[in-house]
Design a protein around this ligand. Sequence first.
Ligand SMILES: NC(=O)C1=CN([C@@H]2O[C@H](COP(=O)(O)OP(=O)(O)OC[C@H]3O[C@@H](n4cnc5c(N)ncnc54)[C@H](OP(=O)(O)O)[C@@H]3O)[C@@H](O)[C@H]2O)C=CC1
Ligand SMILES: O=C1OC[C@@H](O)[C@@H](O)[C@@H]1O
Length: 311
Amino acid sequence: MATRWGLCGAGKISHDFSVAIKTLPPGDHRIAVIASRSIDRAKDFAQKHCIPKAYGSYEELANNPKIDIVYLGMLHTEHWRVGMLFLKAGKNVLCEKPFAMNSRKVKDLVATAKKNHVFLMVVSFALRTLANSSGNLRVSFYNLPQHWVEELCWMYCLQFVLMVFNGERPESIQATGVLLDSGVDESVVVTMKFSRKRMALCAFSIAARLPNDAVIAGTKGPLKYVLGPMHCPTKLVVNDKETEYPLPEPCLPLNFTNSAGLRYEAGEVRQRLLKGLKESKQMPLADSVLLSEIMAEIRKQVGVVFNQDSQ
Ligand SMILES: NC(=O)C1=CN([C@@H]2O[C@H](COP(=O)(O)OP(=O)(O)OC[C@H]3O[C@@H](n4cnc5c(N)ncnc54)[C@H](OP(=O)(O)O)[C@@H]3O)[C@@H](O)[C@H]2O)C=CC1
Ligand SMILES: O=C1OC[C@@H](O)[C@@H](O)[C@@H]1O
């Protein structure tokens, strides 16, 4: 039986997620509902994406018993509030990144999912096996180009670091940054030290035009590259050999680069739900909590404060 999805928020990423799901076998996934704060937007979205049901509120979706999983595609400032609505309603949830605006709210979501015995996962990508071919891993470099920092897109680099270091908590985190007058981080450089003399270096900037690669270097030499865009890669270079992982053609134009790759998250969710499991093996909840704690430490060191920190 197909996994029945409810999409929450009729915005750009929900559009792309809907298109990505359509690249999967129709017998495995079906989008049953789109819920928006506006019934007109929901109906427009439903018509464009051939979704049978449109709701003018998130609550209607939360009350629909015939949904297997809800995809939270709303603005990240709403992930915690709306996520709690669905988790308390007993719904399984796949949440867009970032999980929530700070660590406390991430931990709220995780605790509520466990209390209600429902599945919870944040969107991510997985390249765990890549690191194991690097010999004794020593250093990894990550950088993101401009304009993503304000959407907590640094998390892509940090998510990658946790994958490469298998969810290990760093022994130390050193962050240096410069802020805009608005308090938004303009550029941040982070070094993290892990066990066995291993290091990670990350650079994010909305001022400097950085490449968007991730590099893994081990004692056995040649660098392993995740060729940019590293947050949605389709090419890896391992031992100087480039391998491409082409994405299927989307049925509609996409808003974001390679977001047909969101199909992999949907596939991971289905596999986990079919086994009755409550979290992803590729992006475990413990990693999501650790990621939020690392981001909190970086924000503290560079002086970035969100309104949600005092709510
Ligand atoms: N994984 C990835 O590659 C990407 C992830 N993202 C993430 O997806 C999320 C949404 O981004 P994107 O689709 O670009 O944003 P959009 O502005 O296109 O859509 C956000 C949607 O959130 C809903 N919403 C709920 N509350 C509010 C509010 N107070 N103000 C504004 N919108 C609200 C609206 O849906 P409605 O009114 O219909 O209810 C709106 O359409 C973000 O968290 C972003 O980080 C974005 C791009 C790529
Ligand atoms: O998560 C994201 O992916 C990369 C960019 O598209 C950014 O705007 C978005 O939030």
